[in-house]
Ligand binder design. Structure first.
Ligand SMILES: [Zn+2]
Length: 99
């Protein structure tokens, strides 16, 4: 994401003004991907009948029918770009999960 010249660029954490070209901020790209491993039926479903599995799949489809395609994608994959001033970046990168 290239910042628009007309748009003031602000730190997403503290709101400080960021000036492109001055090297006083960081661009942080975050990609979040839901567990990419396929569903594992082998252990959990060892004792299941075909009807059980059908019922499980129907329940999943039922859960998803209220979601728009965008919502579904959002549950699987999100990509964000945030800007942080140098000070916020140094704090954030040491503790990105906020623990
Ligand atoms: Zn900041």
């Amino acid at each position: 994401m290239i910042p628009d010249d007309d748009m003031p660029l602000l730190c997403h954490r503290c709101g400080a003004d960021l000036t492109p070209g001055k090297g006083n901020f960081y661009v942080v790209r975050i990609e979040a991907l839901a567990d990419p491993t396929g569903p594992r039926f082998d252990d959990e479903a060892a004792g299941w009948s075909a009807e059980d599995i059908d019922a499980e799949i129907n329940a999943l489809i039922d859960e998803m029918k209220d979601l728009s395609e965008q919502d579904m994608m959002d549950q699987i994959f999100r990509r964000l770009t945030i800007h942080l001033c140098s000070r916020c970046y140094r704090e954030w990168i040491e503790n990105p999960t906020g623990n």
